[in-house]
Design a protein around this ligand. Sequence first.
Ligand code: FAD
Length: 298
Amino acid sequence: MKIKNIFEKKEVVFSLEVFPPRSDVPIENIYQTLEELKDINPDYISITYGAGGGVRKNRTCKLSSIIKEKYDVEALAHLTCINSNQKSINKILTRLEEKNIKNILALRGDKPVAGEVIGEYNYAYELVDHIKKNNDFGVAAACYPEGHLETESIDQDLEYLKQKVDSGVDYLISQMFFDNSLFYKFRRKAQKKGIDVPIEAGIMPVINKKQVARIIELSDAYFPAKFKKILNKYEDNPEALRDAGIAYAVEQIVDLISSDVDGIHLYTMNNPYVARRIKEAVGSLINHINGQEIQKVV
Ligand code: FAD
């Protein structure tokens, strides 16, 4: 099923992100995690491509297929185009088609810290364009409520986002953020620019100190004072930090749902315990909004 159809049916979509295990460990290592993630009933699961190192790239297609076939959950395969040419992209697209994958998150990927970019694609909109002209996938793309790290201004970023959406994007997934007001401001500006596809809010429950440095490196997200207070207060108490991080994410999600967000995309970091705690807290609210019978989370 194309994920855009899920957005058409539901007021609030709830999705999860996982990353494949490294290629030097058995893929079955992630099965227990998937078992537990399936139990919390996501609308779909997305699978990263190359994030955290190239050794995971060739697993995205396989894991997407496993999620779909073995766990019966719709899959969104991430795909980056930086340093790629049309031939290599076509090869991956054919493989995804053969595995019956229907949805792709079309990304540019990060520029290498050292070395030049030598591929045939400079930006994600070129990958979106290529897929739409040659294949029949549902296509999602990334957006950045606080602006992309390379961008000069949010307005400029939005101009490029409009170009990307107009190339054939069904819906957007946002970078993580910790201050909902920044997301609302971005959403208003996007609407003004004529960007009218659904925007899923990316939520990252921060449950340990190590994550904070990584978030700054990846997104340079703004940390509100109340968030910093949690980090400072519980930095030496891992369980308290985990619980406060989960509570903070839940508070963000409830506020987003109450402000008519199109969907919540949870960066699970392959941690089913955290995902389950969050779904337990917001699952019945989501079901209520979607007019579904409330399901017991197991
Ligand atoms: P683009 O949309 O191409 O934007 C990149 C930059 O170029 C922006 O600053 C934009 O303003 C600018 N730009 C766009 N179009 C133009 C134009 N025509 N002219 C000039 N400038 C332009 N990375 C991975 O490696 N693997 C993953 O699995 C992965 N998953 C992600 C999932 C989500 C939800 C998000 C938000 C990010 C993910 N990333 C992943 C990170 C992503 O690859 C990086 O943020 C990357 O730097 C930008 O990718 P993009 O697709 O947003 O690029």
